[in-house]
Design a protein around this ligand. Sequence first.
Ligand code: C2E
Ligand code: MG
Ligand code: MG
Ligand code: MG
Length: 285
Amino acid sequence: LAKQNGRAYFQFYVASIDQEIRDRKQLEKDLSQALTNHQFHLVYQPQINLETKRVIGAEALLRWEHPERGLVPPDYFIPVAESNGSIVEIGQWVLDQACWQAARWSDEGTPLRIAVNLSAVQLRQPSIVNDILETLARHNIPAGRLELEVTETSFMTNLSDAVEKLHRLNRAGISIAVDDFGTGYSSLTYLKQMPVQHLKIDKQFIRDLLVNEEDTRIANTIIDLGRSLNLSVVAEGVETAEQEYYLSQRGCKLAQGYYFSRPLPSKEFETFVKGFHQKFVENNV
Ligand code: C2E
Ligand code: MG
Ligand code: MG
Ligand code: MG
């Protein structure tokens, strides 16, 4: 009986692996056509200065509308795009689109900073610095208007190459944020060498900020680290007024999260920016 069960399980297992491989192949195929089929768009999440209660910029986040599956989460397809290299082309599209949008906002009298996520795979491309500078120039966006978000893993494979590229981007006027700070292979040695200006506290530490003492201490430590290294600290995943209050009292100046707004399509984002000052300041929240 055991043997029979084992065999049945084995066949089931093989069948499911087989299915997984086919799903993955299909996903890669769909992904490779997503750009040409115009299935991508960007949404924008406001970044708030907690002291001035002003929207200082937006993080651009990629969305894939699959014709059958619907919205596919980036945490699911980005790793696939990174492993087969298509993130290079997709990432360039994101940068182009984000710069185009920043130029429109600027035309309309709201010159906002735009933050774009840059994959470690993109950073490894020899032409990446030129590609980014060329994109800014094409859209006539001042380099100071762009922020690039990189994760700690970007520094892992080839530290000196990453340092050199980020320095060149910095010299051109682009600022660099370390995304999901505290979840990767954080090392103070990297942080000292990396030309970065912002630390983004990962949302996993913010979620239970006021419930879990360890999360409180980790967030405090990152805020203090930012102060001593002269880096600005952005809290991501702020969902409640209590979290916002704690962070601003503790000296964290910037935040983003559902409490302020979910990531929004560009038109809704513009409406949000227009209404924000009234909503949060005049109500004295
Ligand atoms: P990320 O860069 O750390 O982006 C923050 C994520 O947190 C976003 O998820 C955002 O929608 C979500 N978020 C914002 N506020 C809250 C909140 O208050 N609560 C909670 N629970 N979540 C919040 P999203 O858009 O699903 O993106 C997931 C990840 O996918 C991003 O994490 C980033 O690593 C990656 N990603 C998204 N767009 C791009 C892109 O254009 N290029 C690259 N390379 N990666 C991207
Ligand atoms: Mg990010
Ligand atoms: Mg993050
Ligand atoms: Mg992330």
